[in-house]
Design a binder for this molecule. Structure first.
Ligand SMILES: [Zn+2]
Length: 146
């Protein structure tokens, strides 16, 4: 059986890129001295306020999804995670989507979600670990059949 992994400790916000110049957004936590500059792009000065608000909202939904997952409420976890995904495309969210599919036995959908996560973040540790786990599982099953 595929053993579900515990959710990873959150690393907080995934990188946001400026929609104008694609510069990575610097977290306001690093720039508390100057809160006005924290909500604009450090490179081109574009206003990122609404982008960041949407992202924060998405992270909030994702946290609720993780809480629901921890108590085994997969439908609620799925609903919260889908809400997060409508606001923001993030490898963590797609990884969780895959995890939820796998927990409900939907391995094809799980693999598709993890592959999206891996496209968004090629080094994503959880997405890669899950895919490897499933590949191992698949090769073991083939071995048993032969
Ligand atoms: Zn910019």
């Amino acid at each position: 059986m595929l053993r579900p992994m515990p959710p990873e400790p959150r690393r907080g916000a995934a990188p946001i890129k400026c929609p104008v110049c694609r510069a990575p957004y610097r977290s306001p936590l690093a720039e508390l001295d100057d809160p006005d500059s924290a909500l604009s792009c450090h490179r081109c000065g574009a206003d990122l306020t609404s982008l960041i608000q949407l992202h924060d909202q998405a992270i909030g939904y994702h946290r609720r999804a993780l809480q629901a997952l921890q108590v085994g409420d997969y439908p609620a976890a799925t609903a919260w995670n889908e809400q997060a995904l409508t606001l923001h495309q993030n490898a963590d969210f797609h990884t969780l989507r895959g995890q939820l599919w796998a927990l409900q036995g939907q391995f094809r959908s799980a693999i598709a979600a993890w592959e999206v996560a891996r496209r968004l973040a090629p080094q994503h540790p959880a997405a890669n670990a899950y895919l490897q786990q499933l590949e191992q599982l698949a090769s073991q099953q083939i071995g048993e059949e032969n």
